[in-house]
Write a protein that binds this ligand. Sequence first.
Ligand SMILES: C[S@@+](CC[C@H](N)C(=O)[O-])C[C@H]1O[C@@H](n2cnc3c(N)ncnc32)[C@H](O)[C@@H]1O
Length: 196
Amino acid sequence: MSKVYQPHDRFFKKAKEQGYRARSAFKLQAIQARFHLIRPGDKVLDLGAAPGSFLQLIGKLVGLKGMAIGIDLKPIKDLKKPNVKTMVGDILDDNIYHQLGIGRFDVITSDLAPSTSGIKSLDAGRSFQLNEQVLKVAERYLKPGGHVVMKAFPGAEHDTLLKKAKGLFKTIKVFKPEAVRRSSREVYLVGLHLKS
Ligand SMILES: C[S@@+](CC[C@H](N)C(=O)[O-])C[C@H]1O[C@@H](n2cnc3c(N)ncnc32)[C@H](O)[C@@H]1O
């Protein structure tokens, strides 16, 4: 089987056909199909949300009685959905969460990816720093029993991250959706039921 990078693979084409802004939507769709995390009426916070394909799917899943808020360093083009809001900001800046105006969330999703330097250990370290913050935000802003989904790259600090996540959630699953490129080490950590 060829490992050649194919920018226009079948998930890219499927995203175009279905009007999603990125193929990432199919990663979250597979996670949702497996774990049923997001329900109608839920409030969901999406970290690292640009260009907005997770938000497009989350908006459908929560419906008009629910709410999705996405944060990214980059502006997200208006999704034109009354139940989806976006903010520009750094998820590492604790002040940004005070502006959300929603108490606690049912689910937090993170597809955060640091800008890569090409130096493996440095990139893994940056990803770990972002994911440590995701767990901090989950601890502070998830409802008891809430769930988290976060992108991670197995590396030196992966076990530390897993250990921290296991301390916060009743169940931790590591899942690699089909839409993740074969050549990528990317996986998603799914934390089910925040301990109260
Ligand atoms: C793979 S993309 C997310 C794709 C998105 N889930 C979608 O479905 O359209 C990763 C995003 O993480 C964002 N990001 C990286 N570091 C960040 C930070 N410190 N604060 C906010 N966003 C960040 C990047 O700007 C980038 O847009």
